[in-house]
Design a protein around this ligand. Sequence first.
Ligand code: LMR
Length: 399
Amino acid sequence: MFESLKPIAKDPILGLMAAFRADKREKKIDLGVGVYQDDSGRTPVMKSVKQAEALLMDLEHTKSYQGIAGDNDYNQQMMSLLFGSNHSIVGSGRLATLQAPGGSGSLRVGAEVVLRARPEAKLWVGVPTWPNHIPLLGSAGFSIEQYPYYDLSTHKINTEAMMDALSQVPAGDVVLLHGCCHNPTGADLTKQHWDQIAQLALDRGFIPFIDIAYQGLGDGLDADAYGVRMMAEKLPELIVASSCSKNFGLYRERTGSITFIAETSEQAQLISSQAMSIARQIYSMPPAHGALLVALILGDDQLRADWQAELEEVRLRIMSMRTLLTDSINNNAAGIDFSHIKQQRGMFSFLGIESQQLERLREEFAIYIVSSTRVNIAGINSNNIEYLSQSIRTVLDAG
Ligand code: LMR
C-alpha cells in the first residue's frame, strides 16, 4: 500500500530547525523557528511556569481524562487575558471558548466549525502569512483567497491595496488577521487599520478570524489585544485562536484556545457543542499539562504578576535586539536600509536580501534564516551580534 506515497518537501520552518540541529559547526546561529532565546541563546522554562509546575506536583491528584473542552479554569483565564477583565463580552453569554492543542489545533477547530456552519465560506489570508496557515486551514476544507498585506519594497503594510481587496470580500466569508506581532513580517495593523477593517466587516458581512499567537511580545499584553477587544465589542461574530506557546514559553505543551463570539447566547451554545464534536473527531481532548499551568499562573495574583514581569523582559529584549541589528547592519557598503526592523514588532522581520545571499549565510556562516528571509529577532544576542552583522554585511557587499 505505502509504496504509492511520494516524499513531501520539508516544512520550510520545522525542516530548517532540524537542519540547524544537525549542523555540527560550533559557531552557528538559529534565526529560523519562532522560539524565544535569551541572551545566552537558551530557551528557558519561565520561572513562573516552574513555580506553577511545583504547585501542580502537589495539587494534581489524577491523570484521568479532562472534558473535550479542556480545563474550565483555563478557558475562563484565557478569556480574561484576551479581553481584559472588564470587557462587556465577558459574561454576555455570547462567548464560547475551548482549550485546544496549541495555536494550530485552535485554528483547525475554528476552521471546521465555520465550515460546518457554512461549507461554501472562503478564507481570505494576507500575503504573506505564516507558511502553515494555508496548509492547515486549506486542508480543513477552506478554499483560500488572498489579499495584499505587506509591500516588500517599502517594508510597510500596503494599506490601500489591502483595504481595496477587503472591501470586495463577500458576506459570509472569513478574513484571517494576525492579532499582533505579524508572522512573518513584524508589520502590525495600526488601530486605524483595525477600526477600518471592523467597519468593512460590518458593511460587507464578513467574519474576522484573528490568530493571536504572540500576545505580550509586541507592545504589551493589553496593547497587543486592541484588535481582538475592539472587534469583540463592535462585531456580532468573531473567531479568535490564541496560543500560549510563545508568551508562556509552553511550545511543546501544545496549549491554545479557540474562542467564538456569536450573535446570541443560544448560538454560542450551539457553536460550543459543534466545536466539541469536532475536537472529539480529531483528537478527543486537548493535552492538560500546559493549560493547568496557565490556569494556576493567571489565577494567582503573585504568579500572574511574576509572569507578566518575565514576559515584559522578553518583549524588551526583543526590542533591543531589533535596534542592535538595525544599527549594526545599516552601515553596509551596499547602502541597504534596514530601519524597518527597528520599527516592527514581535519576533519576526524580513531581511529582504537575495536568496543567494541567504544561501551563503547558511552554507558559509551557519546562519539559519527561513527562505522568505524571515529572521527570528529573538535568536540574536550580545554574543552573536557581531558575527551575525559582519556576516550579513559580507554577503551584502559581495552583491
Ligand atoms: C514559527 O512561525 O516559526 C512558529 O510559529 C513555529 C511553527 O510552528 O511554524
